[in-house]
Ligand binder design. Structure first.
Ligand SMILES: [Zn+2]
Length: 114
């Protein structure tokens, strides 16, 4: 007869899954490709996170979408596209003050005609 002390840990239950998060990155206004109206487009970041015991641990997928406020259509965006759209107006943060090249004038070696 074997010893039969009660032991724990015979089975471990893991509760895992995924959970989706939506973050609104910003609003931009441009002509919608679907309805053709210059409407506000909401740029959202959709993150799906792996959860263990209902605790989100790490993202498993990230995608960016833009949603038209006029017609409500959603379309996918690339990450750099979303970042570029939410970074502000194009060229606003462009550094200025660089001298324009091309205006170099040097001594010209012209022989006197004659
Ligand atoms: Zn639209």
């Amino acid at each position: 007869m074997r010893g039969s002390a009660p032991r724990y840990g015979g089975s471990v239950i893991f509760i895992f899954g995924t959970k989706g998060y939506v973050t609104v990155l910003g609003l931009v206004t441009f002509v919608c490709g679907n309805c053709g109206n210059p409407a506000a487009q909401r740029i959202e970041k959709w993150v799906t996170k792996f959860t263990l015991f209902f605790i989100p641990l790490f993202p498993v997928s990230t995608k960016y979408v833009v949603q038209c406020a006029m017609c409500g259509v959603q379309s996918r965006l690339e990450q750099d596209e979303a970042e570029r759209l939410t970074a502000g107006p194009a060229g606003a943060a462009r550094p200025s003050g660089f001298p324009a090249p091309g205006a170099v004038s040097g001594p010209e070696d012209k022989r006197p005609a004659g």
